[in-house]
Design a protein around this ligand. Structure first.
Ligand code: NAD
Length: 555
């Protein structure tokens, strides 16, 4: 009997390694220099590690010293990915203990740069790739994954990575990063997470010419062939990993809306770019109402950008307006869109389906400035990917029309933000209620410090995912995202609001995710979306399932 059998490790869905060096090469089990003397003897590790046994705290200190000494964020990203591939427990300890510092590296904005450079910084494969060459065999491919116990898949086809366009198979950095956040923010067990890229080709000419690009060298599959590939993947994923939650991520605009509509009523799935963004922005809007006063129906919202994020946000605001008693038509009329062709109005021809709902009777306006002059919004939301689109004149106009103008510049990465935090505060004499997609530092103006909110989807999707997984919900509903937004908004403390914050500090992310998970699970039980029985103490039940990055003892 090996020593490993003597002491039962906490939850793991992987077979224990058999001999010494395999323990070091397996990131799920590796403890590196923290293997104790007893473990080194029992597992055949004696001599394979330097003699001093380190505590996890000492290891964390070493990682952080190296991290802070790196010369660029991309180098920091590479360091963290290497750690994740070497010792997953230590990776999560580091990330969870320093989330505010780590989030911009493992996710936006640095992950965008990492995807652009993916083939050039590639070290070791993580997750799974399903390519169009696997058509007819997708299930066999998925069965190569070492366990069937997968609870969450994040899948992309790489067509629209953040605001960076078609990055093909290099988009893999996004599912990997998102799933790291599922674990870091909500404690979904890392071995139950599976990042997947569906490589249907790319139209990125630079990548097609780049010898280091990791994907197929061909143009994107489209039309019925594309749909058949996605269908085969969905069927195979559900068969291989029964009950799995499938999150669509960074699909191109037309596919994203279509696929969500196609699968949401039959499969446990959601699209974070649409529904997650809608939810986190709604939470920001609800918090902003606590500052501006009044109800949602007292406001007029003007959105710049009518894509996945814009539509998700609008639909969630409509849900709240309907709760305030407005009809669907009345609610939609409170929200206006400007896209690349100007104000979306009824008389415009050739509008795609998702824009039609928000096409109102109005004379055309060719640009944002004239739309702001005419609509006089109380809330201006940027999700256009157009850097500096909120000019000084526009922001000042918002300030002139409103005592507390609500201005969200949500486009990522930082370089694409519609305005900076400093500009929003400066041009409104500190009166703006501001949020952005990528983080901005606090701004001090006339002696008062304003803390800009970061409308980070990581406030929402990990908690929603945890609630769905813990309750065994079979579907993910729009209403769950509205519930999640309300839970997030109510968590904001008065002292945080006084600083101008509209989202709680990321330091509170575990509390946030747990609260959202409980609310989402409650909804799953109440609406009978699950066959499971509600545990008497739901919070304790969910908490007990949350992964803690602590080493197991194997001897
Ligand atoms: P998308 O490609 O689906 O939509 C972009 C929209 O912007 C399209 O409707 C396009 O027509 C419009 N647009 C392009 N040029 C324009 C112009 N000159 N003027 C006005 N509109 C223009 O992308 P998306 O998923 O909706 O994301 C948009 C942006 O929002 C991205 O930068 C993304 O990073 C950001 N985003 C932020 C968050 C967040 O903060 N939590 C979440 C999701 C997306």
């Amino acid at each position: 009997m090996t020593a490993a059998n003597k002491s039962k490790p906490k939850y793991t869905n992987r077979a224990l390694p058999s001999k010494g060096v395999d323990w070091l090469n397996n990131p799920v089990f590796n403890k590196g220099t923290a293997f104790t003397d007893a473990e080194r003897d029992a597992l055949g590790l004696r001599g394979l590690l330097p003699p001093h046994v380190q505590s996890m705290d000492e290891q964390v200190r070493r990682v952080m010293a190296n991290f802070r000494a790196k010369s660029s964020d991309l180098e920091r990203y590479i360091q963290l990915v290497a750690l994740q591939d070497r010792n997953e427990t230590l990776f999560y300890r580091v990330v969870m203990d320093h989330l505010e510092e780590m989030m911009p590296i493992i996710y936006t904005p640095t992950v965008g740069k990492a995807c652009q450079e993916f083939g050039h910084i590639f070290r070791r494969s993580r997750g799974m790739y399903v390519s169009l060459n696997d058509r007819g065999n997708v299930q066999k491919v998925l069965e190569n994954w070492p366990t069937r116990d997968v609870k969450v898949i994040v899948v992309t086809d790489g067509e629209r990575i953040l605001g960076l366009g078609d990055l093909g198979a290099s988009g893999m950095g996004i599912p990997i990063g998102k799933l790291s956040l599922y674990t870091a923010c909500a404690g979904i067990h890392p071995t139950q997470c599976l990042p997947i890229t569906i490589d249907v080709g790319t139209n990125n000419e630079n990548f097609l010419k780049d010898p280091l690009y990791t994907g197929l060298r061909q143009k994107r599959l489209t039309g019925a062939d594309y749909d058949a590939m996605i269908e085969e993947f969905i069927v195979a994923a559900r068969k291989t990993f029964p009950g799995v939650l499938i999150q669509f991520e960074d699909f191109g605009n037309s596919n994203a809306f279509r696929l969500l509509e196609r699968y949401r009523h039959e499969v446990c799935t959601f699209n974070d770019d649409i529904q997650g963004t809608g939810s986190v922005a709604l939470a920001g809007v609800l918090s902003a109402l606590r500052i501006t006063g009044g109800k949602m129906s007292d406001h007029r919202v003007l959105m710049l950008g009518a894509g996945e994020a814009g539509m998700g946000i609008a639909d969630n605001i409509v849900a709240v307006l309907r709760e305030e008693g407005l009809t669907l038509a009345e609610a939609r009329k409170r929200i206006w869109f400007v896209d690349s062709k100007g104000l979306i109005v009824k008389s415009r021809e050739g509008l795609v389906a998702h824009k039609l709902h928000y096409a109102h009777e109005h004379a055309p306006c060719s640009d944002l400035l004239s739309a702001v002059k005419s609509i006089k919004p109380t809330m201006l939301v940027g999700v256009s990917g157009q850097a500096r689109a909120f000019t000084e004149e526009i922001v000042k106009l918002m300030g002139a029309n409103n005592p507390r103008p609500v201005i969200f510049a949500l486009s990522n990465p930082t370089s694409k933000a519609e305005c900076t935090a400093e500009e929003a505060y400066k041009w409104t004499d500190g009166r703006a209620v501001f949020a952005s997609g990528s983080p901005f530092a606090p701004v001090t103006l006339n002696g008062k410090t304003h803390v800009p909110g970061q409308g980070n989807n990581a406030y929402i999707f990990p908690g929603v995912g945890l609630g769905v997984v813990a309750s065994g919900a079979k579907r993910v509903t729009d209403s769950m995202f509205v519930t999640a937004a309300k839970s997030l908004a109510t968590l904001l403390r008065e002292e945080e609001l006084a600083e101008g914050r509209i989202y709680p500090s990321l330091k509170r992310i575990h509390e946030v995710s747990l609260k959202i998970a409980v609310a989402v699970a409650e909804e799953a039980y109440a609406t009978k979306l699950t066959d499971q029985t509600r545990p008497a103490d739901l919070t304790a039940f969910i908490k007990s399932q949350m992964f803690q990055p602590e080493y197991n003892h194997y001897a």
